[in-house]
Design a protein around this ligand. Structure first.
Ligand SMILES: Nc1ncnc2c1ncn2[C@@H]1O[C@H](COP(=O)(O)OP(=O)(O)OP(=O)(O)O)[C@@H](O)[C@H]1O
Length: 266
């Protein structure tokens, strides 16, 4: 099957310092890739490089990022804007802070759509409600009429997912989409993302520290350390039978954390 997104030998520098070196992977339609690695290994930089939001200091110095037949690294800001949001959606760790605090959710959903296409308010609300229903925001009328501060963390995260999904992007890039949520809500959001993949056949890249999320969601895993790929392959193979010593260490440490007993008081 042809790749939807293909990262070929990409190197990224911030202010002349390479933080990602020669990384390659691809994403097929409907596939979910988990990117894991310790803090500072370059996970978020990969996502930012794909969407062209590295900022003033960051630049892709080598390699190509292909979306279908288009090299995203060759595009200017205006060209990238056509893809960002429409074809490639993004969800962040803390969607609440990505939302405007003084505008109602409904207005922000409306803006996200009309940036890319002409549609009536009624039609957009209808589309938003359909997605909200799927991701557990059952009181969608109230949510659309609310300001972000009137909603819980989990609800804001779902609003972020709704805004990302309303254009039915082919690829969803999610940077720590569940890490700001409590465990129960984390589990629900993971289930909801999987449901969206099933319904819309969306490919996803999930950046996370949570190996449980990767195990549950990802078809493939990419392990990064100091900006380099240490392992890449099918989830079970990487999590359980990696030949790479660092990957094995990383998985062992997660296992120990999960099984660590909380010392009893007194
Ligand atoms: N705007 C920036 N300017 C300079 N250096 C940056 C910038 N953003 C990130 N870096 C550096 O790039 C490296 C990779 O950072 P990145 O945020 O991609 O790591 P990460 O794996 O996502 O970390 P975390 O898990 O803590 O979010 C780090 O050394 C970081 O300090």
């Amino acid at each position: 099957m042809d790749s939807l997104l293909r990262i070929e030998h990409v190197t990224v520098s911030y202010e002349g310092e390479e933080v990602i070196q020669d990384i390659s992977f691809d994403l097929k339609p409907g596939e979910i890739l988990g990117i894991v690695g310790e803090s500072g290994s370059g996970k978020s930089t990969v996502i930012k490089a794909i969407t062209g939001i590295l900022g003033q200091e960051g630049i892709v110095t080598k390699g190509n990022i292909w979306y279908k037949d288009h090299d995203l690294t060759e595009m200017n800001e205006k060209q990238l804007c056509r893809y960002r949001g429409k074809e490639i959606g993004m969800v962040f760790q803390d969607c609440k802070s990505a939302l405007c605090p003084v505008r109602k959710v409904g207005a922000q959903v409306y803006e996200a759509v009309t940036e890319h296409e002409k549609a009536s308010k009624k039609e957009i609300r209808c589309r938003a409600k359909e997605i909200m229903e799927k991701i557990g925001l059952h009181d969608s009328e109230r949510v659309l009429e609310s300001y972000p501060f009137q909603l819980s963390g989990g609800m804001n995260q779902r609003v972020g997912i709704c805004i990302a999904m309303i254009m039915q992007p082919k690829v969803l890039l999610a940077d720590e989409p569940t890490s700001a949520l409590d465990v129960t809500v984390q589990k629900q959001v993971v289930e909801e993302l999987l449901l969206l993949r099933k319904e819309y056949h969306t490919s996803m890249i999930i950046v996370t520290h949570n190996i449980g999320v990767v195990r549950k969601m990802a078809d493939k895993v990419l392990v990064l350390k100091d900006g380099q790929v240490r392992d890449y392959g099918e989830t079970k193979k990487v999590l359980e039978h990696s030949k790479d010593s660092y990957t094995r260490e990383l998985m062992d440490s997660v296992l120990h954390l999960n099984h660590r007993k909380i010392p009893e008081a007194g």
